[in-house]
Design a protein around this ligand. Structure first.
Ligand code: EPZ
Length: 404
């Protein structure tokens, strides 16, 4: 199991805050990671792979603006605000890009930085944040437990003067992992994983070598594939502590799971008819990112699936594509319903429109007879390293083709 993309990206941004070299071990070679490398280099710092470790060395420069095209390439460009503000006292980025799963404003990031004493200006789609005297610790309650905003404010407060208390924080494992990295580098942060985090600012941080947590969403993708396609799979470096909810849902449909050491053996012994109903939410509720994968997992099951999405506005882009496979599914506002097949169409050309929807298409295509072509693989490459090799190793007939 690779380390988590959603842990690596904020840690890569935070690496610009530490003096000396920081290395992220087992770093996946994803397009979003390469986008972070470009942002790092665009501001005068250095990032390079050393075997499976990605190392970053901050270098002083008078560059305070991140090129627009790099900001637009992914959502996580916003995570560079706090590190570059700490280093340069002033930074300009463009509004971030990222998967089209909803509106995804950055107001909570900016409101928190202002409460810490930064000046925020927005014009022509660009955000300029300045704090020439540095930031000052304070108490901040997040409007929504946003993962990214929690990470931004943790990084900003880590080197602010004095104490900061963050309330209504995101509790995701990837937030906890960022704090582990920062504390290893000399930060003083307590409470990660709970909704209140306390941060005592320090003057500087020192480079570290760090191995992030395993990717729970990629793990869910593999469980979904075994549940849909049958068979057996052994997953090493399996993040069992984050998988219980997803496992329990699939166990109701005939999936067997045996944990041993840091691995798990996953096997499908039958398609057991059970209806599955979930509401997504902020961690520790059922993860919004696992919704599309649960849909892929259930394509061959006899029971119905209902997902109500509470985090993002546009999470079910795969529904139209599933219908091309003959799957009976529909979306009503923020709720998705799926229940078996209305026909068994053979070949189809499908279009991935966001990262996790794209992964769901791969699972659904592998779970049926016939051949499918999936366009929009660039979305999938954002979060899965060579997904075709992962599934080929499990016996799938899957190839990447270059369209002219
Ligand atoms: C992170 O996105 C993840 N991405 C997403 O995973 C994940 O779906 C999401 O958290 C929720 O868990 C990374 O970590 C790189 P949010 P993020 O800020 O931080 C609203 C994947 O597939 N909001 O927690 O962008 C926002 O609109 C990706 O790997 C504001 O209103 O998500 C949303 O409704 C997709 N204002 C809610 O909060 C803000 O300033 C949660 O968003 C920030 C967020």
């Amino acid at each position: 199991m690779p380390v988590s993309k959603n842990a690596v990206l904020p840690i890569l941004a935070a690496s610009l805050m530490v003096d000396g070299e920081s290395c992220i071990n087992n770093c996946p070679k994803l397009s979003d990671v390469y986008a972070c490398i470009k942002i790092t280099e665009s501001t005068g710092s250095v990032a390079f792979f050393e075997n499976d470790s990605l190392c970053v060395i901050y270098k002083d420069s008078n560059i305070t603006q991140v090129p627009e095209e790099l900001c637009r390439a992914m959502r996580s460009s916003v995570l560079y605000l706090a590190p570059l503000l700490y280093r340069k006292g002033r930074v300009t980025i463009s509004l971030p890009g990222g998967c089209n799963i909803g509106n995804r404003p950055v107001d909570i990031h900016l409101a928190g930085l202002e409460k810490l004493g930064a000046k925020v200006e927005i014009s022509d789609g660009k955000i300029t944040v300045s704090a020439l005297q540095g930031l000052k610790g304070t108490q901040i309650k997040l409007r929504v437990p946003s993962v990214g905003a929690t990470q931004t404010l943790i990084m900003a407060a880590a080197t602010a003067k004095g104490l900061t208390v963050l309330k209504n924080c995101a509790r995701e494992p990837e937030v906890v992992d960022l704090v582990r990295f920062l504390n290893l580098a000399g930060a003083k942060i307590a409470g990660a994983g709970r909704n209140e985090i306390i941060i005592q600012g320090v003057q500087s941080l020192a480079g570290v070598s760090y191995t992030p947590v395993a990717d729970r969403i990629v793990a869910a993708t593999l469980l979904a594939a075994v549940n849909a396609c049958k068979g057996v799979c052994i997953i090493n470096n399996y993040p069992a502590e984050y998988m219980q909810q997803f496992e329990n849902l699939l166990k109701q449909t005939g999936l067997g799971i045996v944990h041993y050491s840091d691995s798990a053996m996953v096997y499908k012994y039958a398609h057991v008819k059970n209806n599955i109903n979930v509401h997504t939410g902020f961690y520790p509720a059922f993860s919004t990112d696992m919704g599309p994968l649960l849909s892929g997992a259930m394509v061959n099951n006899k029971g119905a699936l209902n997902i109500c999405e509470t985090v993002f506005e546009n999470r079910f882009s795969y529904c139209s594509e599933f219908e091309k496979l003959g799957i009976k599914c529909s979306v009503n506002d923020r709720c998705y319903t799926q229940n078996g097949y209305k026909n068994h169409s053979e070949d189809a050309t499908l279009k991935a429109q966001d990262l996790r929807a794209g992964a769901a298409l791969v699972v659904a295509a592998l779970a049926k007879q016939g051949c499918c072509e999936i366009e929009g693989v660039e979305f999938i490459d954002r979060g899965y390293e060579k997904i075709e090799e992962v599934f080929s190793a499990l016996g799938a007939d899957i190839r990447r083709i270059q369209l002219d």
